[in-house]
Design a protein. Structure first.
Length: 118
């Protein structure tokens, strides 16, 4: 059974920072990429950032220069450091882990709310 669990959301003022964490079960060799997505009511879920095994990283244009994704080298853990937050970053943030092997496919966490407001 695969589990993906996010943590670290909350309320922050504009210009502030938050760090999201994601933990996925299984060995590090079973997960080939981990990513962060976000969704606001009435809109489609959108990619924020993804990191691939081997080091490739992609960011949405809206977060480039403000957000940094990283991954633990030996654990199925990923992090999203969010700086210079703006109200438009308010959303539910989801972690996605793409597995190979027995649990092949994309597995999602339950989401964590990030609210940027004064």
């Amino acid at each position: 059974q695969v589990q993906v669990v996010e943590s670290g959301g909350g309320l922050v003022q504009p210009g502030g920072s938050l760090r999201l964490s994601c933990v996925a079960t299984g060995s590090v060799f079973s997960v080939k990429s981990m990513g962060w997505y976000r969704q606001v009511p009435g809109k489609q879920r959108e990619l924020v950032a993804v990191i691939h095994t081997g080091g490739g990283i992609e960011y949405a244009d809206a977060v480039k220069g403000r957000f940094t994704i990283s991954r633990h080298p030996t654990l199925n853990s990923a992090y999203l450091q969010m700086n210079d937050l703006i109200p438009e970053d308010t959303a539910v943030y989801f972690c996605a882990a793409e597995y190979v092997g027995a649990f092949r496919g994309t597995h999602w966490g339950q989401g964590t709310q990030v609210t940027v407001s004064s």
